[in-house]
Ligand binder design. Sequence first.
Ligand code: NAD
Ligand code: GLY
Length: 363
Amino acid sequence: MMQTLTVDLGDRSYPIHIGPDLLRQAGLLVPHLQQPRVAIVTNTTVAPLYLSTLQQALEQAGVQVLPVVLPDGEVYKTWESLNLIFDALLQHRCERKTTLIALGGGVIGDLTGFAAACYLRGVPFIQIPTTLLAQVDSSVGGKTGINHPLGKNMIGAFYQPRVVLADTATLNTLPDRELSAGLAEVIKYGLIRDAAFFAWLEQNMTRLVERDPAALAEAIAVSCRNKAEVVAADEKESGQRALLNLGHTFGHAIEAGMGYGNWLHGEAVAAGTMLAARLSLALGWLTAADVQRIRTLFVQAGLPVVSPDLGVDSYMDMMGLDKKVEGGKIRFILLQGIGKGVISGDVPPDVLKQVLARAALDD
Ligand code: NAD
Ligand code: GLY
């Protein structure tokens, strides 16, 4: 039942295990520990669901566990939460060989990874993602960090985990809206580099929305394989890794502009991807029929295809803070077809503004 992939980064390579009920299998974690001691960072929603299962499995394997339970929400992806982790680690005298385990969605994974990168100048860390979004994207590849009031994920570090454990049974308790948010990142892989996967998603979206375990396992594995290949080729995003940000330049502006937590990250990515598709259409790179195919798939996945009307100037301001800005120029991830993402720093401002002016229209 379990599938294992590898993120190939030389002596920092690590496995991604995907399958049901992996939380109980301490044997998948113990070989990656440097001492029989871990801190499990989680939140007030995930702790009552899964902390005791993981904690008991580790304790039965002779591992000492310190639970650190944070408040839940994107709005807590901050310095203050990071300090709560450091307070707990210092109060309990955690050492350089103590492993931090992130148990939760992308917020917990990003925060915990950044804490691990900073605490004592770097301690080992493990990802146990419990949302679809985290299982297909954020737990793999080592991007960690926190938000700043002026921009999303602006403070952080590249810091790779030692192992990723994607327990697909944890998705049974995920709210429908969160499942849909994860599907936005799944669709992204099809759009930027895997046309066959996009076609598979068109055939299987109903099964995914209905949480068919075999379909979900397949979607997670194909997504992780795509992500692992991109990360192995370009760990620090000097080139093709930027493709993974399809829809994110617009999406981060939506998240920040609407107030963190009001639009889920995946929802903002879906609406942002529609803007990227419309911009690609306006540049003559994508056909209207392909834009329609993308729209249909997002709608089937339960995702928004229309962006909020933040105003052209606000969009431009917030996108100017994107991490991909180079020499003051925004670099966009656009599409030259389904399965063919491209990075472009040469979008004529008037074309961009025309697309943004119609952001809230479904046309
Ligand atoms: P999230 O972490 O906020 O989780 C969504 C909600 O689901 C939360 O309320 C959480 O407590 C709850 N939850 C988690 N697991 C659950 C379960 N099994 N059952 C019931 N509820 C559960 O959101 P997310 O969508 O997982 O992650 C979004 C974050 O990930 C954003 O901050 C985004 O910037 C980041 N991200 C990072 C990367 C990266 O490469 N590091 C990639 C994509 C997204
Ligand atoms: N989620 C974007 C990346 O990992 O690069």
